[in-house]
Write a protein that binds this ligand. Structure first.
Ligand SMILES: [Zn+2]
Length: 260
């Protein structure tokens, strides 16, 4: 089976709120801004959660650590606004040292119970490298672990963090999980129509991209996929997991296929 045939279009039926959990400022913009743009255009409320403070993302000795943290927050808010994302949460873990600790799991779980998203997008905890010239940042892997460990077995289990009920944050089960940067991606969002805005959102991270013009050209060329008719299209792909179906039961679509 070819990669193409396996890909499914996204199904956002019943999705009203989405939470994107990523390691650094700019990670949501690279991995899923096109998807976020489409979601917010449909009236879906998207929240970005940035786990680290991004304090290592600078080589300019004139900028202090605290200045950089504030700068990167502002950049992330501006990028999110371009994509129609109104809420950005900063969890302020130290950049470069993110670990799936019990403490951060509880903090993320509290936000899941507060926001009650139907769909969460996170990075892949399995990606150590891509191609043969790029080691994946350990924070990206650990952000995936933090997100997944908060979702399961914690967020929907009342035995985890019963004290949160006192704050009004009750157990919550999400319906879908999108894992970005996964080799076994099976959900494909065509983001061709929003690629310009996506790139503008990436370039909002001015501290990271001192030469925006070059970057814009490079991103478009790097991501564009040539179609049979010669046009370029852009995609964001995810490994999709669903938790809204009884385990082991066929879906309605699968049943219809069987009846044929
Ligand atoms: Zn990153």
């Amino acid at each position: 089976m070819s990669e193409e045939k396996k890909m499914q279009p996204p199904d956002w039926t019943g999705v009203e709120r989405v939470l994107v959990i990523m390691a650094h400022p700019d990670d949501p913009d690279f991995s899923c801004a096109g998807t976020a743009i489409q979601m917010t255009a449909q009236g879906i409320a998207v929240t970005y959660m940035i786990l680290t403070n991004g304090d290592k993302g600078n080589h300019n000795p004139l900028i202090t650590r605290n200045q950089l943290i504030l700068m990167r927050k502002e950049e992330q808010r501006a990028a999110a606004a371009l994509s129609g994302v109104k809420d950005v949460l900063f969890m302020d873990e130290e950049d470069g040292f993110l670990r799936p600790t019990p403490e951060i799991r509880k903090r993320v779980c509290r936000e899941i119970r507060r926001i009650r998203p139907q769909l969460i997008i996170c990075s892949s905890p399995e990606r150590y490298f891509s191609g043969n010239g790029y080691i994946n940042h350990p924070d990206h892997r650990n952000a995936g672990l933090v997100a997944m460990e908060a979702i399961f077995p914690a967020a929907d289990n009342p035995m985890f963090y019963p004290d949160m009920a006192n704050e009004g944050y009750l157990p919550h089960k999400i319906s879908q999980l999108y894992v970005s940067g996964h080799d076994d991606a099976d959900v494909e969002v065509d983001v061709t129509d929003s690629i310009e805005t996506k790139i503008r959102s990436i370039l909002s991270h001015k501290s990271q991209f001192p030469e925006p013009e070059q970057m814009e050209k490079w991103l478009k060329e790097r991501w564009g996929e040539k179609q049979e008719d010669g046009t370029l299209r852009h995609f964001e792909r995810f490994k999709g997991l669903r938790f809204d179906r009884p385990r082991g039961r066929p879906t309605e679509e699968e049943k219809k296929e069987d009846e044929k």
